[in-house]
Design a protein around this ligand. Structure first.
Ligand SMILES: [Zn+2]
Length: 316
């Protein structure tokens, strides 16, 4: 399976939405959990189950059809892995977390990296000056080290979001994924490669979380693509459907990227999108370093050992 640029080909958009900081919106049938199948007779529905985790910037979209028990299970098992994987993206773009604060990144070489969401300035305090490479015209680059996470579980958390935002009428297609997510099952799904595509859109900033779900019915794996954007980044992945488990499915296919929605002027000004493909089938902990390239309006060096970089950012 490989990824190709251009249109979305055979894939049809079946669900899309925006979720940010506004009034709460509730989706899904009440008092019936779509993950474990239990109702309010046996489980409680007291907690507000965010259809998309709050750390991705969704303070708004609530799923009625998730019981407290499943909510706690997902929060303890899969979501921490997606949280760690996405932290560099969220720290760089200033995506607000559950506490409505911009997250702070730190690793061995970076003392602290945090966006001030009021001024749009990114401050980076370095523990090791050599980590940053200075290029021409305020272009700088550095590597960010993630806290170790399990890619398989981060992908599972993305599939859980897809199954949360999808309308009830499409749930039948996602039975294998719902079985896999069900905490009462030991059912497992292994897709190799487990494609996750990171897309950086330079100059773009999604203040809310934007998502799209695409389906096709072509006897070709994959049949479903889920795309979610926050800050300047988007993640696209494959969500298993029952169509993928039929006999005679063609496993060799090309998967399109979601087209760039920016104007020609914006693309010329900020540059083309950057796509990075990963295989998230590994069940081992890994830190997966993230390389950052940024163009700053100004760089101020505070002390020889602690370079504080302040600017309005254009990520390139
Ligand atoms: Zn449940």
């Amino acid at each position: 399976m490989s990824v190709k640029g251009g249109q979305l080909g055979d894939f049809h958009l079946v669900q899309s939405g925006i979720a940010g900081a506004g009034h709460k919106r509730y989706i899904g049938e009440r008092f019936s959990c779509r993950f474990c199948g239990r109702s309010s007779e046996t489980v409680t529905f007291k907690k507000k189950a965010h259809a998309i985790p709050e750390f991705l910037g969704n303070h708004q979209l609530i799923l009625n059809s998730e019981c407290d028990s499943c909510n706690e299970h997902f929060g303890n098992t899969i979501e921490p892995h997606l949280e760690k994987y996405t932290l560099p993206f969220r720290a760089l773009a200033g995506v607000t977390n559950k506490a409505r604060k911009t997250p702070r990144h730190s690793d061995k070489k970076i003392g602290a990296l945090q966006m001030d969401r009021h001024t749009n300035n990114l401050t980076v305090t370095l523990s090791d000056d050599d980590v940053v490479k200075f290029g021409d015209r305020n272009l700088i680059s550095w590597g960010m080290e993630r806290k170790p996470f399990v890619p398989y579980l981060a992908h599972k958390a993305l599939c859980k979001i897809a199954c949360s935002v999808i309308d009830e009428s499409f749930l039948q297609f996602f039975e294998p994924t719902l079985d896999w997510l069900n905490p009462l099952n030991t059912h497992d799904i292994g897709i190799t490669p487990t494609l996750v595509v990171e897309t950086l859109t330079p100059g773009a900033k999604y203040n809310s979380c934007v998502y799209r779900l695409y389906l096709r019915n072509t006897n070709t794996f994959p049949h479903c693509l889920f795309w979610i954007a926050f800050g300047s980044y988007a993640l696209m992945t494959v969500v298993p459907t029952r169509l993928d488990l039929k006999e005679g499915i063609d496993l060799l296919s090309e998967v399109p990227y979601v087209p760039d929605s920016r104007s020609e002027e914006e693309i010329v000004k900020f540059g083309h999108q950057v796509h990075v493909e990963h295989d998230f089938s590994s069940r081992e902990f890994m830190s997966l370093p993230h390389e950052v390239y940024m163009k700053f309006s100004s760089i101020e060096e505070a002390t020889p050992l602690h370079t504080n970089v302040k600017s309005n950012i254009d990520i390139t």
